[in-house]
Design a protein around this ligand. Structure first.
Ligand SMILES: [Ca+2]
Ligand SMILES: [Ca+2]
Ligand SMILES: [Ca+2]
Ligand SMILES: [Ca+2]
Length: 584
């Protein structure tokens, strides 16, 4: 549902050495007073800012039950689509598979799992297969390809027993493509000859001559649940979006039925659907799909209602983060302030850190990003509640970006760049999200299905010919290697983050950067003046960077760096490395 290419070449001033915010020495505090959870190992009491997320596509992870690979019985709209050799089809992964691999995730320091949608889908549509789960017909039942409601409950119980939270990926913008239009489709739902899409009808056109004439083909009558979703009057019925202007709010994504989210009955209907799901399964939070394709008033009603319901059923640290596919903090923050969502996925972080670490864009892009962090401040949320990430199932992976933007660097450098970017994510503001397979050095050929390789042995030829980072394995083999260098690095970064509360709660301020040296330093700081000083070197050469600030003590607690010079005034960083120093 997302069409933006990553890393627009943002033109940034080429800064030479600049000193930013040279502050007086912090007063020494014996105790770091950042708010830490009472019991950080308990899923229920742990603040979400202390979590480390793993974003997994269940279909592509691990097949724990081959008996469910075809989904619902033949004849059902949720049957079939299984073909492990096709990158578009179902591959067999399921809830049981994730449950069997919880120790693998825990060993990497993962404390929360976000799964792509798992509710029952229309398995096969004109343009593909619902392995991703974004084509829902039944909002109260697990898709039979992924298991049953009981299997999901068992997964959540097992995860909770290991202190791991489970987040659902939800959709309110659209359902599967079931509704058709008389003006565009034959009675069986196929396009009228000569058409490949249904041209968008603007609000102006609708005011003059009405919407399209919606109908549901005989074979798909009543397939949606709850029942109100079968009534076409709850949808926009304005034809296909081209993602421009108003049509990105009211149009159908390639035929997916766009719900009329301005109708108060729909708003309440969606609140009821997801409240019921929270009551039944007690997930620890939600990721919300396609947020910017729904009007702000919907979120202003939906988000507080869902948060309140979660509190009522005993989930005190429930969290919601939305997908607003835009790298501009001014756009993103509108949804966490005016829109009343607790958080969004930080596409700004992905663009700035991805651009600098994977494409050698000026490191000043990182400070440009952080300069806008204050936009997220309001009475109940701030930038530390955002979810940060380096790639995903839509845009592609770090391994792909590095190969695409820096094709000529050595395989060793490619591996180091992936590890270094993960380090940056774990020591930066926001909650880190590891995309499944990145920890095994997956690369992928591009975006969308090309970034959805199997962790279990794959039969997809275009996956299995990829060169992975940090291993001689291919995706034809099982890739749950706990000795993989990226897996090991992430597990170390997770321990570091857990041991230093400022990495979860502190403000992030750049202290020094140099675009030519491709190096920068920043602090994570609290209001009491406690600071962690952090330096990054994105250059393939060793670099000396300054300590900006007057610190009594600096102690290296992470990375590959050492203090040099009189009074430890500088830091020597190995090529493509970082250093984390406590100053208290
Ligand atoms: Ca299966
Ligand atoms: Ca449709
Ligand atoms: Ca919409
Ligand atoms: Ca390939």
């Amino acid at each position: 549902m997302r069409l933006i290419e990553s890393f627009p070449k943002i033109v940034s001033l080429s800064l030479s050495i600049v000193l930013l915010g040279c502050t007086p020495a912090p007063e020494h505090n014996d105790q770091i007073v950042s708010p830490t959870s009472q019991n950080p190992d308990n899923y229920l009491t742990r603040d979400v800012r202390e979590d480390v997320f793993y974003f997994v596509m269940p279909d592509r992870f691990y097949n724990g039950d081959p008996s469910n690979d075809l989904g619902a019985p033949e004849g059902s709209i949720s049957h079939g689509g299984f073909d492990p050799s096709s990158k578009w089809a179902f591959h067999g992964g399921d809830m049981q598979g994730i449950e069997q691999k919880l120790d693998y995730l825990k060993g990497m320091g993962i404390t929360a799992i976000w799964m792509t949608p798992i509710l029952r889908n229309k398995a096969v549509q004109k343009d593909g297969f619902a392995h991703h789960g974004y084509w829902i017909v039944d909002f109260g039942e697990v898709d039979p390809h992924f298991g049953s409601n009981a299997d999901l409950k068992q997964l959540i119980t097992a995860a909770h027993q290991k202190g791991i939270k489970v987040f659902f990926d939800i959709i309110t913008n659209h359902t599967a493509d079931v509704i058709k239009y008389r003006e565009c489709h034959e009675s069986d739902g196929a396009f009228i000859e000569g058409l490949t899409s249904c041209e968008y009808r603007s609000l102006d056109t609708v005011a003059k001559s009405g919407t399209y004439t919606p109908f549901v083909p005989d074979t798909e009558q009543g397939v949606k649940s709850p029942a109100w979703l079968n009534d076409p009057s709850y949808y926009h019925n304005q034809g296909d979006t081209t993602f421009e202007g108003e049509n990105s709010l009211y149009g159908d994504f390639n035929g997916l039925d766009d719900v009329n989210t301005e109708d108060p009955r729909v708003v309440q209907g969606m609140i009821d659907i997801y409240s019921q799901l929270i009551s039944e399964f007690k997930p620890d939070g939600l990721r919300v799909d396609t947020v910017r394709h729904v009007q702000l008033p919907f979120w202003q009603a939906f988000s507080p209602a869902i948060m309140a319901h979660a509190q009522q059923v005993g989930i005190p640290n429930f969290h919601i983060f939305g997908e607003v596919y835009d790298p501009d903090p001014r756009v993103l923050s509108e949804f966490t302030t005016t829109g009343q969502l607790p958080a969004v996925l930080d596409f700004g972080f992905q663009a700035a850190v991805g651009g600098t670490f994977f494409a050698n864009n000026p490191v000043s892009q990182v400070s440009d990003l952080l300069d806008h962090d204050h936009l997220y401040n309001d009475e109940d949320s701030n930038v530390n509640q955002l979810l940060t990430f380096l790639g995903n199932h839509d845009m592609g992976r770090p391994g792909h970006f590095i190969a695409r933007y820096l094709p000529n660097v050595s395989s060793e450098e490619k591996l180091k760049r992936s590890i270094l970017a993960h380090a940056m994510m774990f020591v930066s503001r926001g909650i880190p999200v590891v995309y499944y397979g990145d920890e095994q050095g997956f690369t992928g050929d591009g975006h969308d299905v090309d970034a959805r390789e199997d962790m279990m042995p794959s039969s997809v030829a275009s996956y299995n010919d990829n060169t992975l980072l940090g291993t001689s394995a291919t995706t034809a083999q099982s890739n749950f290697d706990t000795d993989h260098p990226i897996y090991r690095a992430i597990s170390e970064f997770a321990v570091l983050r857990k041991s230093i509360p400022l990495l979860s709660y502190g403000d992030q301020r750049v202290r020094w950067l140099d675009n030519q040296q491709q190096a920068f330093t920043f602090v994570r700081a609290d209001e009491q003046g406690n600071e962690v000083y952090i330096a990054f070197n994105l250059s393939p050469n060793a670099q000396v960077v300054p300590v900006v600030g007057d610190y009594a003590t600096l102690s290296l607690v992470g990375g590959d760096a050492k203090l040099i010079g009189d009074d430890d005034a500088s830091i020597l960083l190995a090529p493509l490395s970082f250093g984390v120093f406590t100053t208290y």
